[in-house]
Design a protein around this ligand. Structure first.
Ligand SMILES: Cc1cc2nc3c(=O)[nH]c(=O)nc-3n(C[C@H](O)[C@H](O)[C@H](O)COP(=O)(O)O)c2cc1C
Length: 408
């Protein structure tokens, strides 16, 4: 049976599943649910020595899967200390303490990390990535002091300075959490070279949600009168997360990397590992679908690994990286769609795409009428609701892509 255990920067985890820092991890009872449903570690809700501004959760959720979250209730260090010691007494979980100091006040970062270490934290996670603190103020010219959140994570030098001071100041491993607003591979490398034992990627990118257009563009949030930029999380950020995971892994091959952002099922979890993640983080999945959905990830990944002969996570890790090349190096394979007329119901979805004139509906069936204009792009294959289309290799002179390639 597949072995899901992993050594994550010295933390011995029974599996790679970590509940990401959020209101999912601010109370003992919720943390116990995380354990009961298969997590091996939790990152507790963001903690400060002094909470810099009032905030409480307010969210917009779109049916397609977007989840906009401009704010959440942050924790005072005394409350987090209490929470950590309760977790250590009453659960087997590894506890990662998510924390933030004021950007330039390095002593405050070290002091806070030590307090969390003394309370029993197994690791501290330096939050230099919150999209809802500091970044928007800076963008609109309200250069608030102290420097907070993603403003720190966009500055590799400052991020490295913070990592160096905190990792010199505590004995437990230090993880730095990346903002996708930055070149994460550069910031990760700076953190790794300055003592961080691990990196997590990604926190939410900045976004703005849909509007109440019948009400003069008022925000949709029922419980606020206006809005700041919002952290976008959930399924829509998954491809962005994959990009950052792959780039960090490519730049720093040995760096322990907690990968997450939009992971909603076991398949996404396998993908993140194949892109190079060491461990995996989940947040929106539990907000949107609850612990029952999270509990399916472990058996799903285990079955996949057993079915495909992967004995350990290391066997899968980074497998996809060898397929990532620059645009000029893409290896195009000339192909044509082959339509199974038994399965085709003539719905016309494959004939609709605006860039393609190759398929027409004739006598209620899809017909490839202009194969020589086919780009081999496979949009029809992905769109077909009946799985009636397969892409098959075609002689180079029979396809538009093949002919264009020959002419280059
Ligand atoms: C409501 C909410 C609160 C969050 N609070 C924190 C936090 O306190 N510290 C932190 O580092 N990230 C925080 N995050 C970011 C998540 O930990 C996670 O990195 C992000 O949501 C992307 O993952 P997901 O797509 O699985 O949600 C929060 C996210 C949400 C939705």
């Amino acid at each position: 049976m597949a072995d899901l255990s992993v050594d994550f920067a010295g933390l011995k985890l029974k599996n790679p599943f970590i509940i990401a820092s959020s209101e999912l991890t601010n109370k003992l009872e919720k943390i116990k649910w995380a354990e009961e449903n298969g997590a091996s570690a939790v990152s507790t809700k963001l903690t400060f020595l002094q909470v810099p501004l009032y905030a409480r959760p307010y969210h917009i959720i779109e049916k397609e899967g977007a989840f906009y979250s401009p704010s959440g209730e942050r924790m005072k260090v005394e409350d987090t200390q209490e929470l950590i010691s309760q977790c250590k007494e009453q659960t087997e979980l590894k506890v990662i303490a998510n924390m933030m100091g004021p950007g330039g006040d390095i002593d405050a970062w070290v002091k806070l990390a030590r307090m969390l270490e003394e309370a029993g934290a197994d690791m501290v996670e330096l939050n230099m990535s919150c999209p809802n603190l500091g970044l928007m103020a800076k963008q609109v010219g309200k250069d608030e002091k102290p420097t907070l959140g993603a403003v720190i994570g966009k500055d590799p030098e400052l991020a490295g300075t913070v990592c160096k001071a905190v990792s010199d100041g505590v004995k437990i491993p230090v993880m730095a959490k990346m903002t996708p607003e930055a070149e994460t591979m550069i910031v990760s490398e700076a953190c790794w070279q300055n003592g961080a034992a691990a990196v997590s990627a990604i926190n939410c990118p900045q976004s703005l949600p849909p509007l109440d257009i019948k009400n003069g563009g008022r925000p949709m949030y029922p419980s606020t009168g206006n809005q700041s930029t919002a952290g976008l999380c959930g399924p829509w950020i998954r491809p962005l997360a994959y990009r950052h995971i792959a780039q960090i892994r490519t730049r720093c091959p040995d760096l322990p990397l907690a990968g997450g952002g939009g992971l909603m099922n076991w398949r996404h979890s396998v993908e993140a590992i194949m892109y190079g993640a060491t461990t995996l983080t989940y947040c929106s999945l539990l907000y949107l679908k609850g612990y029952k959905a999270f509990a399916k990830i472990e058996p799903g990944m285990r079955k996949f690994m057993d079915d495909y002969g992967y004995e350990t996570l290391a066997d899968m890790r980074g497998l996809a990286l060898k397929y990532i090349v620059t645009p000029g190096e893409v290896d195009y394979i000339p192909m044509l769609p082959e339509i199974d007329l038994e399965k085709c119901n003539g719905c016309g979805i494959c004939a609709a795409p605006g860039h393609c004139e190759c398929i027409e509906i004739i006598d209620k069936k899809a017909v490839l009428v202009k194969p020589k204009d086919c780009y081999s792009c496979a949009v029809c294959y992905f769109l077909c609701p009946k799985d009636a289309i397969t892409m098959v290799e075609a002689p180079i002179e029979n396809t538009r892509a093949g002919v264009a390639m020959k002419e280059m």
